[in-house]
Design a protein around this ligand. Structure first.
Ligand code: NAI
Ligand code: MG
Length: 348
């Protein structure tokens, strides 16, 4: 039986991006065989912009669109690097990719692995996945300001929630929950205050929920949910929420499960119209770049999500198992980025 070649766009980016992406690719190749992966590298990010003045051209975007999936590192320079306008790379590379490629679901697992320490005194068993809506809400740039810079400035950002956009992420969350052991979806919103968007979300969850009789669901106001995320994170199975709440919730989720070096994500195009993009949650970490100090685990776990989503479920399981075992015996002080990648690739 011959399997199709996995055709990847590789965007290593800046700082530790290239270091961790190299290890993720190494592990991915170990999992499905080097000959079954084809990669094309795209040099995007701060360095590329400084050299060429280009962020992400339509031509490059078209070329990336032709691949099956995207493995992304991180883009961005040091926060005190004044040569790059704030927000430029986020808007013109990351958000452009997510919006143009219609990444409806931002998929972020939170697992407390054995051997990792949570800052919580009693973390319990943490194993949940956040389904964050990726293309709407407050992050669409629907706003503006007038009398800008004066004492009478007016600044508006309007949250956009469409029945179409909400339904597809709700459906994806229920479908995913169906395949999990606990089969439980928790909607986080604030429908007591944000009545228009909140009621739309609530109604669609109730409607779609009826199509999944095996999946239970409940609702929490997002602020109350942050209490439970610190006092009883084990109660969550699949968390479903909008774009901005999801951004905030997933940072806390990463923190309670042992930090940014382990947080992985997938930006999923769920109707197959463009490639999905897999990336660690962390940034380019200029403070440790080029020193082989970065933990490649978040990037490796992102590659595992890639494998799971792109039709290599067995390989994904093997990568997750190898990471699991590596974390259980890990001594963070002694190994380089490369050594962690080598060990996990060998175990795969
Ligand atoms: P950051 O995530 O790059 O770093 C925050 C802290 O965590 C630093 O102390 C860093 O050393 C540490 N850290 C991050 N990843 C690590 C890893 N794998 N192993 C060990 N330690 C790790 O966030 P920061 O410093 O706010 O941003 C740096 C640059 O990255 C900025 O230009 C920012 O805009 C960009 N950024 C890009 C993202 C992306 O491309 N998706 C996401 C977040 C930030
Ligand atoms: Mg964020």
């Amino acid at each position: 039986m011959s399997k199709n070649i996995l055709d990847l766009a590789l965007i290593p980016g800046d700082g530790i991006g290239p270091e961790v992406t190299a290890e993720a690719l190494k592990v991915l190749k170990a999992a499905i065989g080097e000959d079954n992966v084809k990669t094309t590298e795209y040099g995007l990010g701060a360095e590329h912009w400084l050299e060429t003045g280009e962020t992400l051209t339509d031509e490059t975007l078209d070329a990336i669109r032709g691949h099956q999936a995207i493995l992304f590192g991180a883009v961005g320079a040091a926060p005190n690097d004044t040569r790059i306008p704030s927000g430029l790379l986020e808007r013109e590379i990351l958000l452009k990719l997510r919006f143009t490629f219609d990444h409806a679901v931002n998929f972020r697992p939170s697992v407390l692995y054995p051997g990792t320490t949570s800052p919580l005194a009693n973390p319990g068993n943490i194993d949940f996945v956040v389904f964050r809506e990726g293309t709407e809400g407050l992050y669409v740039g629907n706003g503006g300001s007038m009398r800008t810079g004066t004492k009478h400035e007016v600044a508006n950002e309007t949250s956009v929630n469409t029945a179409y956009g909400v339904e597809r992420v709700v459906r994806a969350a229920f479908e995913y929950a169906q395949g999990r052991e606990r089969k439980h979806v928790t909607l986080l919103h604030k429908h007591n205050v944000l009545v228009h968007a909140g009621h739309l979300w609530n109604r669609i969850v109730n409607e779609v929920g009826q199509e999944f009789p095996e999946v239970t669901h409940d609702y929490l106001h997002v602020d109350a949910a942050m209490i439970f995320l610190t006092t009883d994170p084990g109660r969550f199975d699949v968390i479903l929420t909008d774009n901005m709440f999801g951004d905030i919730v997933t940072d806390l989720a990463a923190a309670v499960t042992g930090g940014i070096g382990l947080a992985a994500s997938g930006n999923l195009n769920i109707n197959g119209t463009a490639p999905s993009m897999y990336e660690p949650v962390h940034g380019s970490a200029p403070d440790i770049a080029g020193q082989q100090k970065a933990d490649p685990t978040a990037a490796i776990l992102s590659a595992a999500i890639l494998l799971e989503q792109e039709g290599y479920a067995d390989a994904a399981l093997r990568v997750n198992k190898a990471v699991w075992e590596d974390l259980a015996v890990r001594d963070n002080t002694t190994r380089t980025t490369q050594e962690v990648g080598d060990a996990i690739a060998a175990a795969v």
